[in-house]
Design a binder for this molecule. Sequence first.
Ligand code: ME8
Length: 515
Amino acid sequence: MRNKATEENFFYITTPIYYVNAEPHIGHTYTTVLADTLARFWRVYGKEVYFLTGTDEHGDKIMQVARDAGVEVAEYVDRISGIFKTTFEELGFTYDRFIRTTDKDHEEVVKGILKKVYDAGDIYFGEYGGYYCVGCERFYTEKEMVDGRCPDHQTPLEYIAEKNYFFKMSKYQDWLVNHIKENPSFIEPERHRNKVLSFLDDPLADLCISRPKDRLPWGIPLPFDDNYVTYVWFDALINYLTGIGYPDGANFAKYWPVVHHLTAKDILIPHAIYWPTMLKAMGLDPYKTLKIHGYWQVDETKMSKSLGNVVRPLDMKLKYGFEQFRYFLLREMSFGLDSSFSEELLVERINSDLANDLGNLVSRVLGMTERYQDGVVKKVEGHEGKLADVAEGIADELPGLMQGFRFRKAILKIWELVTAANAYVESVAPWTLNKEGKHEELAGVLYALLEVIRILAVFLTPFMPETSVKILTKLGLELTGDKVFEELVMWGQLQDGSKVQKGEALFPRVEYSPE
Ligand code: ME8
């Protein structure tokens, strides 16, 4: 059975492709966790999903770091891209493709698009001087600069003047302003949309889309002038098309109309201005939505290599478990706002939300089923109190919350069921029912609690996939994929006579030990 409520049967989610000048940290992990959570949610909901991530490997910045490391640039990008890929595999991300801008098919797609836009007359040769930030790989306008520095990196901007090719971005300014105004969900949250509209209050300059090869040989050659390579952003944004087989692939037709781009606020302008105007010039529909999340700081300060406070996902996995870290990221940040990570807070959340609330609920209920009923489920109904209603309410709300990218709210909602079930255990006191010999009632209470645990495991699949599997295994179940969300969360599916097993605790308590 498919979901009756599904408006669209397809869902396409992208993360930014990450620069290979740094190894994966909390920021890259966060965006990819969000994309993975959405991909997993809509899959279990019954949609066909495509999830794209990867690495961005051309441009000045990459050339410079490779040079500083004293390594051939091709060798350097292979190494760091490999680290991203193996890290993402270790973290269990379920992407459909890990794209690299050095992939052959991507180079061909970029060249094809450049030729098309050039032939249509939207690319011209000219001269330009402007203030460039290598960190951002883009020019800044006078209005955006802060005391001659990059507003993001705070580094002095370099004045660059050279002959180059330009994309007639200005030609599409009015169209873009109208499109943003007419489609409120095109860029969200609203504050970022407003930022884009205010940027568009000033006349838009054309976009310099080439670099002379004698200064920067590392890039995709322009198909119409071999002395130039493609500007890194013009190349990188196109990955979202290559990844689904543009122009002829079946996936392109299926997924382009339902594409959602997910990025942080640092790359709002390239995604909100360069990209839709490029798409317009190519004759393609704009993307469906651009969702902008906030920035992670660490202990209330900016994270940086020089401060030595970079948070790495594999370190967190080793120390606390990746599910725990993933939970923290999803639970802690309100989408669109900045948040601060601290190990102390992570430890607090693990002990309170995971070990105490969820972990204890699961071990208590399974422990009592073992103690009082030899681990055998007795399907006695009618003792669920408000629990079935709470579960149903959450099941109804989750799709809307996920549509709105409200991950934190979704987790808080799910925890309402955890809290309600813990309160129920305290109020009905199954140990007293046992003492008083009320076995039928006890069986009913345990059945309700076991159902809560089963439904929690379904709710948690996208957020904490390993934990979900662990809980289901304890219940002797697995999600096989032949049932979708709405069926899985229906009350009363645990079979009479089936066996459950308490096994090990889901979340060991942890201690905070600053180095
Ligand atoms: O900008 N908090 O790559 P990038 C939250 N290659 N998210 C963070 C973060 C933080 N502190 N730091 C990084 C690029 N991110 C380009 C993108 S796309 C066609 C090209 C995440 O390696 C967040 O998703 O600098 C941000 O937008 C992205 O990493 C920037 O990655």
